[in-house]
Design a binder for this molecule. Structure first.
Ligand SMILES: NC(=O)c1ccc[n+]([C@@H]2O[C@H](COP(=O)([O-])OP(=O)(O)OC[C@H]3O[C@@H](n4cnc5c(N)ncnc54)[C@H](O)[C@@H]3O)[C@@H](O)[C@H]2O)c1
Length: 341
């Protein structure tokens, strides 16, 4: 499979490294507006370089295009790539609003290409373990959940590029950082019913929010509290999800949500639960999530199946962020029931 990357900034490196590790996958082309940023890709991977996306997409050798540009440009670029018949791996968030996300999903359907969204945290060993625990109903009826992303992104982080922290191209802590955790909440708990949120821009000089707090009521009746910020002094403090059920309590957490920080399940010996925790500690990151997403796309193409994290999954996480934003702006509870929305 031949890959091309659009946007050769921070995250593109992870895509290139992942492609390089996969047998039978090659990075054949890269595109960026800044020529210097493409140099290392032509030197290291022998990739062709393009300053114009249209020119690159005409290369028939390219099977899959990885969109690694600022979030506000994903919709145009992904739609364009689909129109050239390329399969698409788009970085999170899939786009900046549900309408844009829909445009991408429809283009993928129209041109019969696969679409995957990069929510790599789903592939962390601890995240998969919690999914397995819930799928096997080991916690019984879930009453509520707590989702925390208390991180630090200093002013220098936002100042490195003009798109960061803007509402049009990036969004704030919810859209950029906590969307990974909202995606996990949706994966674990299903369809949300309603959302209430408050947000603020407290310590960073940006347009979007640097602090957000909200509650979600899921269709199942589960309540979840979400608390996210990029203002924590002096560095990342906590990323966690705790699920409280009638027969068990599980917290995945740490500075990054990589560990089983707490686990107590009725009918399972502490010794066995501790073994689960220890096994995760051996290799908490597992195979890098970007590599898993790319491998999964290759598998989806070769076996004619759907990628593990679909365009619809990306749109669902984005719609939840949008509901938080709308609630905060209006000071109202927002319904996410499909017919009423
Ligand atoms: N999944 C993750 O864990 C993760 C982590 C970091 C960033 N991201 C996402 O990746 C995307 C990029 O983030 P980043 O930190 O790499 O940004 P960045 O600013 O470091 O890189 C973006 C690059 O895109 C280029 N670019 C912009 N518009 C272009 C266009 N039309 N054609 C070609 N090149 C263009 C820029 O010149 C820049 O080099 C964002 O959507 C971000 O949310 C995801």
């Amino acid at each position: 499979m031949n890959f091309a990357i659009v946007g050769c900034g921070f995250i593109a490196k992870k895509h290139a490294e992942a492609i390089d590790k996969i047998p039978g996958a090659q990075l054949v082309a890269v595109c960026d507006r800044v020529p210097e940023l493409m140099l290392s890709y032509s030197e290291q991977y022998n990739a062709k370089t393009y300053s114009n996306v249209d020119d690159m997409l005409q290369d028939e050798a390219i099977d899959i295009v990885n969109i690694c540009t600022p979030s506000g440009s994903h919709a145009n670029l992904a739609t364009l790539a689909a129109s050239y018949g390329k399969h698409i791996i788009v970085e999170k968030p899939i786009a900046m609003n549900a309408e844009q996300a829909n445009t991408i999903i429809q283009a993928a359907e129209k041109y019969n290409v696969n679409l995957a969204v990069v929510h790599p945290n789903r592939f962390r060993p601890v995240a998969m373990k919690l999914k397995w625990i819930l799928d096997n109903n080991l916690l019984g009826k879930v009453s509520h959940a707590l989702c925390i992303v208390n991180w630090n992104r200093g002013q220098a982080y936002y100042d490195q590029s003009p798109w960061r922290g803007t509402k049009e191209f990036d969004g704030g802590v919810l859209m950029n950082q906590a969307i990974h955790n909202l995606d996990l909440l949706l994966w674990y708990l299903g369809q949300p019913k309603e959302v209430f949120s408050m947000e603020a821009t407290r310590l960073r000089d940006i347009e979007a929010e640097d602090v957000s707090t909200g509650v979600i009521r899921f269709e199942s009746g589960v309540l979840a509290t979400v608390q996210a910020s990029t203002t924590v002094f002096p560095k990342n403090f906590e990323e966690s999800i705790t699920i409280f059920g009638e027969k068990g309590t599980v917290k995945i957490g740490g500075t990054n949500a990589l560990y089983l920080e707490h686990i107590d399940i009725e009918g399972i010996e502490q010794e066995e639960l501790q073994q689960w925790s220890e096994m995760i500690k051996v290799d908490p990151w597992g195979t890098p999530g970007h590599q898993k997403i790319i491998e999964d796309m290759i598998e989806a193409i070769t076996s004619n199946t759907t990628p593990a994290v679909t365009g619809k999954d990306g749109e669902n996480a984005l719609s939840l962020v949008e509901a938080f934003y709308t609630s905060a702006a209006k000071g109202e509870k927002i319904s996410m029931v499909k017919d009423e929305a």
